[in-house]
Design a protein around this ligand. Structure first.
Ligand SMILES: [Fe+2]
Length: 248
């Protein structure tokens, strides 16, 4: 009797252990991508650049990076905190939430939150989707989606660069994804973010075409900046954002 029981036990453990490891392995493959961290408004903070100021040379020069991050981005962050001083309830929300629900922000500060909140969210993404020793052809799921949507990476770049070149004055060119992973190219003025007008247009890649992003090195030659910028695109980060777009 004891022998039979032992055999059943061995059989049970023998079946259970591989099943346990199979589940572990599947859970790693199928694990949902982690949500993008939201930006605090209590207070808003400027994270350091994730690389050295000179790391994106020769495509983006160190002085531009220093001024862009330490002065322009810092100003957006300081302005958010200054604007929200008298609005403690709004400070409890994330900056991301504030800019996606601008009609719930009091009219007296709506434009300030739109411009400076958008500036903070946009630039935080911008530093992350660039990296030294990056660029090249896209990788991963986003590479496949770009080919399927636009025909080829070159055709996509052409359309994206046109969106950036055609943006009159200051703004951004974007590659956005909906929740189903469908891609499209768009452009916004000033510091507007695609999510302000369309909650199903999650930006996975964006290029800053404000003159402060390129003027010291490229002067009026925005098209040259747009072309060279592809040498610093961090496709790994873009793929992470593409996964985040589909879990929202
Ligand atoms: Fe900028």
């Amino acid at each position: 009797m004891q022998t039979t029981f032992r055999r059943i036990l061995i059989l049970f453990v023998g079946l259970l252990v591989p099943l346990f490891f199979a589940c572990q392995s599947n859970s790693q493959v199928d694990a949902a991508p982690s949500a993008a961290p939201l930006l605090s408004a209590s207070p808003a903070k400027l994270d350091p650049l994730p690389y050295d100021y000179a790391a994106l040379e020769p495509y983006i020069d160190a002085q531009t990076m220093r001024l862009h991050h330490d002065k322009h981005h810092a100003t957006y962050v300081n302005n958010i905190n200054e604007t929200l001083k008298a609005y403690p309830d709004l400070q409890k929300q994330s900056v991301d939430s504030l800019i996606q629900n601008l009609n719930q922000v009091p009219e007296a500060i709506r434009t300030k939150i739109r411009n400076n909140g958008g500036g903070h969210v946009n630039h935080t993404m911008f530093w992350q989707i660039m990296a030294p020793k990056a660029g090249g052809t896209p990788t991963g799921a986003v590479a496949k989606a770009i080919d399927q949507t636009f025909g080829s990476f070159d055709a996509f770049k052409q359309q994206f660069n046109k969106a950036g070149a055609d943006r009159f004055g200051s703004g951004w060119a974007w590659l956005v994804s909906d929740r189903q992973g469908k891609l499209s190219i768009t452009s916004t003025a000033n510091q507007d973010n695609p999510l302000m007008s369309n909650p199903n247009a999650y930006p996975i890649l964006g290029n800053d075409v404000w003159e402060h992003a390129y003027y010291l090195k490229y002067q009026n030659r925005r098209a040259e900046y747009l072309t060279n910028w592809w040498n610093v695109v961090n496709w790994q980060a873009v793929n992470q954002r593409y996964a985040q777009a589909q879990r929202k």
